[in-house]
Design a protein. Structure first.
Lengths: 511, 222
């Protein structure tokens, strides 16, 4: 190819956005970081489940195949207990190898296959959206050259390359087409778009009710911030709006210069927020790890330049850095050890398989080999059984009500300033929140003196599709300053109460 | 070879993006989202909605002596996948209850069983709030009350003898039925003999319609 042809090809390729987007060549820094992080997070989930793997995934336990829920019975074969235990341990090994970049491609392919299998075997404790996302990422990583840098494979290969090429030749990191990286980016954008669509479909999402109930639930890890935020539903509502706009807009601006920074920063904040407010641990780790696929070669070069500049200023740092690279070089295997890697890898996987079977046998999950015989079932407290088998109970009225709040300001249908003290002459707003589901319900709102005498009475029908009703009480001048309370009644019974204090109206001081 | 490789790359890119877009389309218009288990991997319904009530599951076996035994968790303990709750509590569809019960019976020493009962426990989520938050928001002390509902009766041989709707579905039903006009219309439309010529007791065909979304009970956002 002559010079003219080359330049014409370059011009052509530059003018083709599709080609430029998918087939530009870059050093896969971002993918390498994703490869290191995602399998490591999944390895953690494998470790916590391994000791129960016989029960969760095998024919010798109580698996819950995902396909059964869709009506595809016996979609995948159920393995015997020992085989499931060994393969689950192998999955852990493959994930570690993927993270280290040891026999990278094979480890990633094996990880995808086993991970999908085990997710399909237990829809209760293994199949979640983070596992679905991680499966996509592992699959795309297995198509990429993510093991070409920052991996055991590249480390071993580097030694050979250094020996074979002349000393004066500068050793450069390999470049590859970036389409697998782009596909992970597109996956992230599509996931957010889909999640946005789900939120649009979810009634009560934008009002913050759904998040509020999630924060009150105990299905995830502890989340004290979420508990606290339930007191401020307007914040949850605002956050819900921001989240839905960001999720839907993400796909449109993430490939812009500043859009990428803003989108990823918001995403990181969002996922860290779910950690504290909803008690999600694994999902944020997976999501934030995936964000590294947006890292470009230029970003890494810029960061390296900053680091070098920093090193130049700090002499001690340069020394440590040099000592560290020297130590790494010393550790690097000597010449002609490339063949040893697959052998060591095979030996390691054999050892993992053998050890896992042995340890699990010793562990004896079900206690079938105990000297004292099989385990016995625990008896249930007869009183509890009596309660459980009692005739159906009608739901209490008070359980249909979530809360009552008193204040003076409403934003977005939510009371924003909860108060207990009011001035005579104020318009007091009493907001009563109900739990779904509830029937069409009549609610009485009584404003009473401390001794129980009703001074204002109002009522309203709240239809089944509404979760809030606001009553207005005008604290007119005939009311004496003092202590009062708001009583919310349903079917003649008080379900909630809120105390308020009326303060005397301050008159203008004659000057 | 190079052309073939490039062709395969194009095919991979277009197929993958095509599959992702089909997932979005399917989810947006609720079209065949429950068609196949693999749809779970392309439908991004991370926020299926949360109810106002906490639900827990009890699986107990009734022995011939009249004593009741805990079948889930088994005496060996229970895996807690996403927090402090045992695995059985995340299975609100109840697909694995039978397997859990039979596994516990299979692996333990016990008296012969008469029946296995799957019971749901529910309570209002507001009672989950920590005391410090409760005291700021409510003047009343916590008046925790839980409701129980029998969901399933299983024979010791592992045959499902009775099946009932969930506590939440039952509450919705009761509340919709709290309407005399609706009940009167329903009763008027109901034939005296509960049969139609040629009908069967149980309709044939798949129980799960492919267009009906499948929402797993597990906390999918975790």
């Amino acid at each position: 190819m002559d010079v003219k042809e080359v330049s014409s090809a370059q011009v052509h390729s530059i003018h083709n956005p599709f080609k430029r987007f998918f087939f530009a060549k870059e050093i896969p820094y971002g993918l390498a970081i994703v490869r290191m992080l995602i399998p490591l997070v999944l390895f953690g989930t494998v470790c916590t489940r391994w000791s129960f793997s016989r029960e969760l995934f095998s024919a010798d336990g109580a698996p819950a195949p995902l396909a059964d829920i869709f009506g595809f019975y016996d979609f995948l074969p159920l393995l015997p207990g020992t085989a499931a235990v060994a393969l689950f341990a192998a999955l852990g090994f493959f994930l570690v190898c993927s993270s280290l970049g040891w026999m990278t491609r094979f480890s990633l392919i094996a990880s995808v296959i086993l991970y999908v299998y085990f997710c399909f075997m237990d829809s209760i404790s293994m199949t979640t959206k983070y596992s679905a996302i991680a499966t996509h990422v592992l699959f795309l990583l297995s198509l990429s050259n993510c093991g070409a840098i920052w991996s055991v494979d590249s480390w071993l290969k580097g030694r050979q390359a250094r020996i074979s090429i002349p000393q004066y030749t500068k050793h450069e990191k390999p470049r590859f087409e970036i389409w697998p990286q782009r596909l992970i980016q597109i996956l992230i954008a599509v996931i957010y778009f889909g999640a946005g669509i789900t939120k649009l479909h979810t009634p009560g999402y934008l009002e913050g009710d759904q998040i509020s109930y999630w924060a009150m639930s105990r299905y995830n890890n502890p989340h004290p911030v979420g508990d606290f935020l339930t007191m401020y539903p307007i914040i949850l509502s605002v956050m819900s709006y921001i989240a839905i706009v960001w999720e839907i807009a993400f796909v449109f601006f993430v490939w812009q210069k500043w859009g990428r920074i803003i989108g990823l920063a918001m995403g990181t904040a969002f996922h860290i927020g779910t950690f504290f407010s909803l008690g999600l641990y694994i999902f944020p780790m997976i999501s934030i790890s995936m964000y590294f696929c947006f890292l470009t070669e230029k970003d890494v070069q810029w960061m390296s330049a900053q680091y070098r500049r920093f090193c130049r200023k700090g002499h001690w740092l340069r020394q440590y850095s040099a000592a560290l690279s020297l130590a790494v070089e010393r550790l690097r295997p000597q010449k002609d050890v490339g063949w040893k890697s697959p052998v060591s890898w095979t030996s390691a996987i054999m050892a993992v398989l053998f050890l896992s079977v042995y340890v699990e046998y010793q562990q004896d999950l079900y206690g079938l080999r105990r000297a004292e015989g099989r385990m016995t079932l625990h008896e249930v407290d007869p009183e509890l059984v009596q309660k459980m088998l009692a005739p159906e109970q009608v739901m209490r009225q008070k359980d249909k009500f979530l809360s009552v709040d008193v204040g003076t300001q409403i934003v977005g249908g939510r009371l924003t300033n909860r108060k207990t003290e009011f001035m005579v002459g104020d318009l007091i707003l009493v907001q009563c929140c109900l739990n779904p589901p509830h029937e069409d319900i009549w609610i009485d709102c009584h404003f009473c003196e401390e001794n129980g005498r009703i001074v204002h009475r109002s009522g309203n029908i709240v239809s089944r599709e509404h979760l809030r009703n606001t009553f207005q009480i005008y604290a007119n001048e005939v009311l004496e300053p003092g202590k009062y309370y708001v009583s919310i009644k349903s079917k003649g019974k008080e379900v909630l109460r809120r105390s308020v204090t009326l303060l005397p109206k301050l008159s203008a001081v004659a000057n | 070879m190079r052309l073939l490789k490039r062709g395969l790359t194009y095919l991979t890119i277009t197929s993958y993006i095509g599959i992702l877009l089909f997932g979005i389309f399917s989810h947006t218009f609720s079209y065949k989202t429950g068609r196949h288990p693999t749809m779970y991997y392309i439908v991004w319904d991370m926020f299926c909605g949360w109810s106002a009530y906490s639900i827990r599951t009890h699986i107990v076996g009734e022995g011939i002596s009249g004593k009741y035994y805990e079948l889930a968790p088994g005496p060996w303990g229970e895996y807690k996948p996403y927090g402090n709750l045992g695995r059985r509590h995340y299975d609100t569809t109840g697909d694995a209850w039978l397997r859990m019960a039979m596994n516990a019976l299979d692996k333990t020493e016990h008296e012969p069983m008469l029946r296995i009962l799957c019971i749901e426990e529910a309570w209002c989520k507001k009672y989950n709030l920590p005391d410090s938050i409760w005291d700021q928001r409510y003047e009343e002390p916590k008046d925790f009350h839980n409701y129980y509902r029998l969901r399933r009766v299983i024979t010791p041989e592992g045959v499902i003898a009775q099946n009932y709707v969930s506590w939440l579905a039952r509450q919705r039903y009761l509340q919709i039925n709290d309407n005399p006009r609706l009940i009167s219309d329903m009763n008027r439309a109901r034939p005296f003999f509960a049969a139609t010529i040629g009908s069967r007791i149980e309709p044939e065909g798949p129980q799960h319609h492919p267009d009906v979304p499948v929402h797993l009970a597990s906390p999918v956002g975790n």
